[in-house]
Design a protein around this ligand. Structure first.
Ligand code: 1HE
Length: 257
């Protein structure tokens, strides 16, 4: 592979953005390779982690390549990002991002498509599209706006400023902030845990929660009842419920355990 690395840690696939000399800037070929890797890891693992090699997570869109595009090529390019990132957000696996350094533009869009985000204290987040004369095109106006809220995203896009990891956590962009160099280990740890969930529950979390979040209250509650019943009547649920009742399964741990 030219742009990515792939390794496995048990049931967890570890996907590395690997174009450090260009700060992991995402070109068209990079997106296609990511698409292929998603297919590969969906067939072989139960959870996936994405991280960046080199000094940064990802500098976003490959600006050199973008300079040359026609308007229609730009639309197709953006739609392809949506398609491929959509396979992360609403695919078969729970995805975790481990971030450090720049998480910028399309890098933040990629991070916004995973399910759980871990940042180390070197991470910083920005949407500099306004300064580049472009607009977000990898899903940020939907995904990133829903994480941080439209008002904060408008601020980031108008001012081009960066926010640090603690602010990103306050803004709901990252779920965990860890010491420098610890993000990948933390993300793998979380992914390994998620890989032990019942697959049907994980699938329901990934697919039902964002859809129900888009629904009206009454519709959401109605759909929830069907998903709850569908998962709870699976053979795996029966086995897992009995395992707890027969003291074969672990208790819920306190936060400090
Ligand atoms: C790139 C890119 C890139 C670096 N496309 N080549 N994204 C941006 O506007 C961010 C632009 N990048 C930066 O602000 C900085 O590179 C960083 C803060 C991320 C990192 O700084 P630094 O000092 O570590 O690296 P550098 O020296 O700036 O960059 C190293 C090389 O990577 C250099 O090339 P070189 O040939 O001179 O060595 C840079 O030109 C190259 N490089 N970032 C192409 N993004 C679907 S729509 C999404 C819209 C967006 O993503 S807009 C945001 C684009």
């Amino acid at each position: 592979m030219d742009y990515l690395t792939l390794e496995y840690n048990g049931d967890v696939a570890i996907v590395g953005l690997n174009r450090p000399q260009k700060r992991n800037a995402i070109s068209d070929a990079f997106v296609e390779e990511l698409n292929d890797v998603i297919t590969e890891v969906e067939g072989r693992s139960k959870a996936a982690v994405i991280h960046g090699h080199g000094p940064h997570f990802c500098a976003g869109l490959d600006l050199a390549e973008h300079v040359k595009k026609t308007p229609f090529e730009g639309v197709h390019g953006s739609r392809r990002w949506h398609e491929v990132f959509g396979r992360i957000q609403r695919g078969k696996l729970p995805w975790f991002a481990a971030m450090h350094g720049a998480v910028v533009g399309g890098g933040l869009e990629l991070a916004s498509s995973v399910h759980v985000r871990v940042a180390d204290r070197t991470a910083f987040f920005a949407l500099p599209e306004g300064q580049r004369g472009i607009f977000v095109g990898g899903g940020a106006s939907v995904r990133t706006a829903r994480l941080m809220g439209v008002s904060r995203m408008t601020d980031l896009m108008l001012t081009g400023r960066s926010i640090d990891a603690d602010t990103a956590e306050r803004w709901n962009v990252v779920n965990y902030v860890v010491d420098a160099g610890q993000a990948l280990a933390k993300a793998i740890d979380l992914a390994r845990h998620a890989a032990t969930n019942a697959p049907i529950s994980t699938y329901a979390v990934i697919h039902a929660l964002p859809r129900i979040n888009d629904m009206a209250t009454d519709d959401g509650l109605f759909v929830e009842s069907f998903i709850a019943s569908f998962t709870a009547t699976s053979p795996e649920a029966e086995e897992r419920l009995n395992a707890f009742l027969n003291k074969r399964a672990g208790k819920v741990a306190r936060p400090d355990e």
